[in-house]
Design a protein. Sequence first.
Length: 477
Amino acid sequence: MSEASVHAAAPIPSLLIAVTGGPGASKTSVLAELAAGQLARGLRVEGILALAGRRRQPGQGAEEYWLRLIGTDQELSWAIRDESLIPPYYFEPETERKLHAWAERLAALPPTPLLILDEFGKLELMGRGLLPVWKKLAGARPQIVVIALRADLVRPIEDLLGRKFDLCLAAAAPDTLPRLLRTTEDFGEWTRLGLVGGAAGGLEMTVGAMLHAARIPARGLVMSSLQGAMMTFAGFGLTQPGRVIWVPFISAGLKALSPAGSRVRPMIAICAQGLLYGGTVQLLGWNALAVTLGGALIGAWSALQGLLLQYLFLGEELIRAYDSTVLWLAGEWGVTAPSLPWVMGAWAGLCALCAGGVAATAWKLRAPPAALRRIIEREKAGAAAGTRRVGGRWREFTHWQFWLPLLLVSGILLAAGRSWESIAWLALRFVAVGFLLMTLVSCLRPARWADYLRKLGWWGPALALGGALRRREAPKE
């Protein structure tokens, strides 16, 4: 392994940003303004600014470089050009010693919110420059790292660091500094969403599992209402309230890693809750009406999603079985039962009222109760228990609850005079749809979702989900 590879084998920061440009593209000026803006807000900033001397010709390295540690006025002589050397620079041993001491000091301090490095270039690719201290700096767990580099070196530096940049911004672009400042603000929001999403996933795997094991009635409504409350608490203070849509997606990702992760219905239900609630507040704004309506919609969904999923499995035969049951009750017992739409409409309305009321209460409280705050704090401290999916990808087919709707509908239809052939075709449809859904669910790999989101350029959701997954990573044997 090369020296460069050895030094690059270091922890990767949560958010990695590249500010690109050639010589004279104002990379250092942009980074200096970023640091000044953050310091003016009272935030801690660590880092190095490189000050270049005269260049013999454009595109060539400077005759001399000085380093300035951010937050100080001290300038250190760093590198002097010497064509007899490879690379062609003599590095001041005293400055190198001070850099290592600075990096060791950072490792002993709490993680810095922002680390600025100016710059990574050809020297670092050769194992010199700032690379010897990179492992110590990365080991200090900075939250955001901003690195200046030339645009044509982005890919080699990514290979060196072992990760792609979350953002690549051109130093000469007029919106680069505002985007950097906005990103530092958004980082806190996405981190908080990851904490709340992780806590919501923990509730799904603990409270949800207990309710399911105890066969508590309306447990879907209870968990949906709880998810609505968590999204409401998470939404306060967000610049874009629609971002709460990611709370249940993170929760679903963690659920997929749990022993119940192979089950289809909970996964679909949790994701749909995020779409309904997040879409409502995005459309109507962050207000009491939108929050209450969003909660009501996820409550109604909790009532209807089971029927809709079974309709997907069984089709019109589900409705015919209910109608046959209604006719039998009327003929044998003289009982007039309401039609299926009325039954489901009433149940959905009741669930919507309950879940909407919980969301409205959460809006009024504006902060989680003490019990939920303790859960979120445990998530923040990384004390959540590890989770690991157990069983095969087709584990759902071993649950008797999966087959119960088919058995009930088949029995009713046979009693109503349907042929065994039609029942056989119904069973074939049931198994085929189940096989298709389980195949789709088995393709989900939550551990890879964060990387996929980063490839799409969605660094915020990737940050939130990746953090939640790391906090709940199962301990290695």
